[in-house]
Write a protein that binds this ligand. Structure first.
Ligand code: SF4
Length: 447
């Protein structure tokens, strides 16, 4: 497949550093959150998956992403303090550590390392992860936050597919649209504003542009050497994509990343100086130690060319066909949300065939599973998936365990030993160094 663009990508006026720009945008987002009450702006809590962000943006809600707040405590090496506070409060060690960090945040009266988080006027949860619903109940109980739960139809069986426009998809979309109409009424009551369909179309148009650039960005990593590491650079990309979904800053960021990566590919530059092994990372990151984990792999010339995290944590912006028809904004939002929910849930419950395809698409030499006890949603099926890929594709794999943001579960020596042993096995089993093996060219392999 070719790499498509929705609009011309001008050469960057100044060198673009995605990490620096991503940090700036994240700072701006936290500043905007802190200032929202003074501006009289309404605030909504939303999750990354299944969140109706387009509707909320139409009403000018300032968006709080509690998962991102929690992971940011990890990135800023402050998560343990928040987690311990919630455990002292009575939460079990088995509870999702994002939830515990968030409860710690409430107990610290919303003082986050990046700034004060405002209290939400409404929280949108969904059935994309059952923890979302229990998490929203905590806000209801502790903060009296009104909660709206979206019920999004998921995949019913392995290889079960809903095609856009078929009877099942039409029924699913009507179900979702009815819920959106309820949500719109609630937003009108909270904000005192009338819903504006044209504004929804404008927000969707910007999301469409982000989706195009994002798909091109992911496709560029099919090139050897891969221009970015899916589990380091990629985490910056999706963080900004989620926070600025449907905003012009998000479109600009994605366009600049694509331009930067195209230039890198043209120069033949890879993320690692000498790419020897192309890897796929399955699962959620360990945000406290992600840089260290990536370093353990890159030392061996291993690069994460792809990760399923970049699809299920991208809020549905992971496929070219998930594009809004802005001439019928609300119906299209419901249709695309139903499709994105199915894909998101499929990522967890029926991952094997899709991972097998991605292994082929990204010409992967090995797969790394990262299991997390407190995130059963993502980790439960890993043993079965690993078994399937080992048996069907003879795909070498490594299973490691730590946590999303709890540093007490990171064992550096143990993980290093396992990573080293994995590469030694790869090498012995004929994993030839790839330094001079050109896997693909942009036009030949890109999506
Ligand atoms: S259990 Fe996993 S998917 Fe669910 S909220 Fe926690 S980290 Fe997210």
């Amino acid at each position: 497949m070719r790499i498509e663009t929705v609009d011309a990508i001008p050469p960057a006026a100044a060198p673009f550093d995605a990490r620096v720009e991503g940090q700036r945008l994240m700072r701006d987002w936290y500043t905007a959150l802190e200032q929202a009450p003074a501006r009289g702006q309404h605030v909504a809590n939303v999750f990354v998956m299944g969140n109706a962000v387009e509707i909320l943006r139409t009403f000018d809600f300032q968006l709080v992403f509690p998962e991102i707040n929690s992971l940011q405590t990890g990135v800023r090496k402050a998560s343990e303090e928040y987690i311990r506070l919630s455990e002292d409060y009575g939460m079990s060690p088995d509870v999702c550590s994002y939830v515990k960090a968030d409860v710690g945040l409430i107990l610290k009266e919303n003082e986050h390392p990046a700034g004060r988080i405002p209290k939400a006027d409404i929280a949108i949860a969904s059935n994309m992860c059952s923890t979302f619903i229990k998490w929203a109940e905590i806000w209801e109980r502790l903060l009296k936050t009104p909660t709206f739960v979206l019920d999004l139809p998921g995949q019913r069986a392995g290889n079960w597919k809903v095609r856009p426009g078929d009877a099942q998809h039409a029924a699913d979309a009507r179900w979702v649209e009815a819920q959106f109409r309820d949500l719109i009424e609630k937003c009108e009551t909270i904000t005192g504003k009338r819903f504006d369909m044209d504004r929804l179309a404008e927000v969707e148009d910007r999301v469409n542009k982000m989706v195009f650039h994002w798909n091109n960005v992911m496709a560029l990593n099919r090139v050897c050497p891969a221009p970015f590491n899916a589990m380091l650079d990629g985490l910056t990309y999706i963080g900004i994509m989620n926070v600025y979904r449907g905003a012009q800053e998000g479109v600009d960021f994605m366009r600049n990343i694509e331009a930067e990566l195209r230039a890198k590919v043209a120069r033949g530059e890879g993320r690692v100086p000498e790419e020897r092994y192309r890897l796929l990372f399955s699962g959620t990151p360990c945000y406290v130690s992600m840089r260290r984990l990536v370093e353990l792999f890159e030392t061996w010339g291993g690069v994460f060319a792809y990760s399923d995290y970049l699809t299920f944590a991208a809020g549905g912006m992971d496929a070219g066909e998930l594009v809004y028809d802005t001439s019928r904004p609300l119906e299209s939002l419901a249709e695309i949300t139903a499709l994105a929910a199915q894909r998101g849930l499929s990522n967890q419950f029926f991952a094997h065939e899709r991972l097998a395809q991605q292994i082929r698409d990204y010409d992967v030499d090995g797969i790394v599973f990262h299991g997390i006890k407190s995130c059963r949603f993502v980790s439960s099926g890993m043993a079965d998936t690993r078994d399937y890929l080992n048996k069907r594709l003879k795909m070498p794999s490594l299973y490691i365990e730590s946590d999303l943001i709890d540093p007490r579960y990171w064992s550096d020596a143990q993980i290093k030993n396992r990573v080293d042993a994995f590469f030694e096995t790869l090498h012995q089993s004929g994993g030839a160094p790839r330094a001079n093996k050109s896997v693909s060219s942009e036009s030949g392999r890109a999506a």
